[in-house]
Design a protein. Structure first.
Length: 466
């Protein structure tokens, strides 16, 4: 892919090229004055190149004393095809750099240099004990330990007028030390707050803990002799790097083919999905549930409706109609709306109830749900409308019930049903979707909280139905 740079090739006498124009998110990263700045949080967002551009900013390269160091965890990751050495070889010679391949160093005409190095083992940090690092970069910073990064931070100083700054790039990793450090920049669902990207906060380290504040003054007044450092996180995704999509149109398709957790992490930049977290619904059972033949009931049909009414926020207002005349129970209709008024959503549920005349309707009544239940009782006097008050404990029972039904092969989803991602992402520990939405799961669980009652009513109902 990249042109190989020969060891000790001579500097071009006059620079013949220029660095590529940074993309808008990379620009933000290049501009920030934070002592520590982290860029990325999704695959293919132009992270490595962002570091290379950042370290080669003209005002740095003009300084003959400037020496930047960019780390990867291992040496092969620097020297692999398409790695940092290759990628820098595409651009740096064009701005007058000569390579010293043995030292993995680019020397610039002013005397400035940019060097690559690896820090595989924790003890490797002590090689930098006496060093004066002006600018220190970590590509894939989550691959390094917190100790490595914070040790090198203490090595950073500059007698030459270059403000010491640490830069890092990363993909999201909910289990890494960085997830905790950037917590303020990440919303409860795991996605970066767009409005916080690039915002500065300050911290000091006390007993290995980071203490944060919105200003340096605040920390100095609380800890008079402290030296607060500014920190920022700039979030970027693949879509922020159109250059890659142009070069490699399959890159996106490859990411989209990953499982729900990898997609949430690498494509959507989710910082709270844990690879190790166990899922409530087994993948094989989910797959099987969408592939059975649609079953025709023997005695007419009977239905059960479940409603998880969410208003505003991330989750949708979700209403499901289940055919419970026979097993497998079949999901026959789903209404799901994120930005509808409560009245519009109640009307939609009402229409489904009119159409299917279910044996029972079950409504989650927390929040605004009580109103939904009351309206439906009022509109459908002949139909039993029950409320489910979800608590931590009842959520476990209600979601266990549907997970067991799924595993026993009692459930059938329409083949094109969009809710399977929510099932795949539903955590056994937290009983929430680790990627955010779980309204379909909850509507189902709310419905099946009354499956026994509905079945009993349905035993009578088919005879009454025309
Ligand atoms: N500003 C840019 N201009 C042109 N190409 C870019 C730019 N930023 C990134 N690229 C290209 O996009 C591809 C992916 O970038 P890279 O920095 O390797 O992403 P990441 O490290 O996030 O995987 C590389 O081929 C790189 O050269
Ligand atoms: Mg990279």
């Amino acid at each position: 892919m990249a042109a190989k740079v020969r060891a000790n090739s001579r500097a071009l006498a006059t620079p013949t090229g220029s660095l590529p124009e940074p993309q808008p998110k990379q620009k933000e990263f290049l501009k920030t004055e934070a002592d520590i700045a982290i860029y990325g949080g999704a695959a293919g967002s132009g992270k490595s190149l962002a570091l290379l551009l950042d370290f080669a900013k003209p005002r740095l390269l003009e300084n003959p004393n400037y020496g930047g160091v960019i780390f990867r965890r291992t040496y092969p990751e620097i020297k692999n095809e398409g790695g940092l050495w290759d990628e820098s070889g595409l651009w740096y010679p064009g701005i007058g750099a000569s390579a010293n391949e043995n030292r993995l160093t680019w020397n610039f005409p002013s005397g400035a240099s940019i060097r690559f190095s690896h820090l595989q083992h924790e003890k490797d940090i002590y090689r930098w004990q006496g060093a004066q690092l002006e600018r220190c970069g970590f590509d894939e910073i989550t691959h390094f330990s917190k100790k490595m990064v914070f040790y090198l931070l203490t090595r950073m100083r500059s007698p030459h007028g270059v403000k010491p700054q640490l830069r890092g790039t990363c993909n999201p990793d909910a289990e890494s030390w960085l997830a905790e450090v950037i917590d303020w920049w990440i919303n409860p669902q795991g996605y970066p707050y767009p409005e916080r990207s690039g915002k500065l906060r300050w911290f000091i380290v006390r007993n290995d803990e980071l203490i944060w504040a919105d200003s340096a003054e605040e920390l100095r007044s609380r800890f008079p002799s402290s030296n607060p450092k500014s920190f920022t996180f700039i979030s970027a995704k693949l879509t922020d790097n159109p250059a890659l999509l142009e070069k490699d149109p399959n890159y996106l398709a490859n990411l989209e083919a990953q499982d729900v957790v990898e997609r949430a992490r690498l494509l959507d930049g989710n910082w709270r999905v844990k690879k190790s977290e166990s899922r409530l619904f087994k993948a094989a059972a989910i797959d099987a549930s969408a592939h059975g033949a649609w079953v025709e009931p023997v005695f007419g049909r009977s239905y059960l409706v479940g409603i998880d009414p969410n208003f505003g926020g991330n989750d949708a207002f979700c209403c499901q109609v289940w055919d419970i005349s026979n097993t497998p129970y079949q999901l026959v209709s789903e209404y799901s709306a994120t930005n509808e008024s409560i009245t519009a959503s109640i009307t939609a549920c009402s229409k489904l109830i009119e159409q299917y005349k279910p044996a029972l309707v079950s409504v989650e009544v927390n929040g605004g749900g009580r109103t939904v239940q009351e309206r439906l009782i009022e509109f459908h006097p002949g139909i039993r409308v029950e409320g489910v008050n979800t608590t931590k404990a009842s959520k476990v029972i209600n979601t266990d019930r549907i997970a067991i039904a799924l595993e026993e092969g009692l459930i059938q989803f329409p083949p094109d049903w969009g809710g399977t991602d929510q099932l795949r992402a539903f955590s056994k520990e937290t009983r929430e979707a680790i990627t955010g939405h779980d309204d379909s799961v909850m509507a189902w669980a709310v419905a099946f909280a009354y499956i026994e009652e509905a079945r009993q009513l349905a035993m009578i109902n088919p005879l009454l139905l025309s």
